[in-house]
Design a protein around this ligand. Sequence first.
Ligand SMILES: [Fe+2]
Length: 433
Amino acid sequence: MLNNRNPVYREIDAACLPIEGRLPPGLQGTLYRNGPNPRAGEASQHWFLGQGMIHAISLGGGQATYRNRWVIPQENLTPQLGKANTHVIAHAGTLMALEEAHAPVLLGPDTLAFHGHGSMTGRFTAHPKHDPATGALVFFAYAAGGRHTRTIRCGSLDAHGHLAWETCFEAPFCSMVHDAAVTARHIALPVLPLAAAPALDEGDTLGFAWQPELGGHLAVLRRGAYGSEVRWHEAPPVHAFHIANAWEEHDRLFLDLFVYDVPPLFPTPGGVRVKAAPARPCRWSVALEGREPVRVEHLHDMAGEFPRIDDRHAGGSYDQIYYASRSGVEQVGFQAITRLDLSRGAIDQFDFGLAASVSEPVFVPRGDDAPIDDGWLMSTVWRPEWAGSKLVVFDAGHVADGPVAAVILPQRVPDGFHGSFVPDVFLDLEKSR
Ligand SMILES: [Fe+2]
C-alpha cells in the first residue's frame, strides 16, 4: 500500500508551480527539508537509515520553484560520509545536511551542489543550536570516541564556521542523545536509557535498545568550559528525541521536551518491541548550583513530535511551541499542525484528516523586526488522493483557520525529519549541481 514513508526516485527541477490562495508577499526565501529516502535497491531495515534527500522550495515574487536531490550523489557515496538524512540548516553561508553519526555534509544553497565534509571531522549532531545573540552554532556528539563509546563531545562554531570551543566528557553509558538544550550560558544533554546494545542487529535497531534500568541523567555544562566541569542530575527513566527550547531564570535551567514513557521504533535488549504511546510536552528544570534531581512538570496532553519555535528567541523565555500531532490516538504518523500556547495552556490546531501525512512545521518570522511569534508556519502535507505533496503556509497565530496558501509540488515529499527556511536565498534552476 502506498504510504508516505515510501521513497521517491526522481530528482526534479520545476518552476512556476501552481499556488492555491495567495503567498504572503514578505515570504521570500527557500524552505529546505531533509529525510531518509533509500535509493532503488538500497536495503533499509530501519526508517532512520535511508540516504538523505533534500526537497527545496523557493518562494518569491508570488512564484514558487522546486528542486529535490539526494544529499550525496551516487558517484560520491562512501560509508565515511554517512546518510546525511536528518536535518538541513544554513550556517556561515553554506547548507549543512546533518546526521548524528557523521560530520555535516555541505551543500550549495542555490544548487544543492555536494561539497563533502569540508574541513569538519568526527561525529556531530542533527540538532546543533544557533545562539541568536552571537550567531554561534553550538553542537555535540554522542559516542564521540567511536561506536558505542561513552564519550560526549560538545563545542561551537563561530558565525564564520570556525571551531571556537571543543571539549569532551564521559557519560554513565552510551545513550542515543538526539537533541540538547542550549541557553546563553549552558548546554544540557539528556542521557536517557535508549542505550547501546552491541548484541542486537545493527540494521534493524542501529545497535540501541530500551534499557530503563540504566536510569535517566541530565548533563549540564557551562558553554566554553572544560568537560571535567560537567554536573550530573538524576532524570526520569523516559525518552525524548526532541527539545523545543531551554532558558535560564532565577538560577535554574528549564527545558521543554517531548517525552515518551517508552520510545518508539526500538526494541528491548532481548529484541522485543514494546508498543509506544506518543510523546507529550513536559518541562524539566534543575538548579544551576548543586546536583538536585530534575523537577518535572506536565505541560499538555496533546501528544506530538517535531517541536519548533520562533528561533530568534531560542535559549530565552518564550510561550509558543509549534509541532506535528495526530488526528486520534489510533493513528500513526502525524496529521495535524498544532500550536501550544504555554501562557494559556491552550491548543490551536488544524487537522488534515485521517490518512494525511504532515511534516514538522517550520516557523518563519513575518520580518526581521516582527514581534515574537508573529509569522508563518510552513509544512509539507500529503494525502493519498493527491498526486504530489503541498507546501502549506499558515498564519502562525491562527492555525485553526487553515492554510493561507499552498504550493502544489510536482511529486510526493516523503515523511522526513527536519528542515529550515533561509530568507532571501533562492534556488537557481539554471545551474545544475
Ligand atoms: Fe530530530
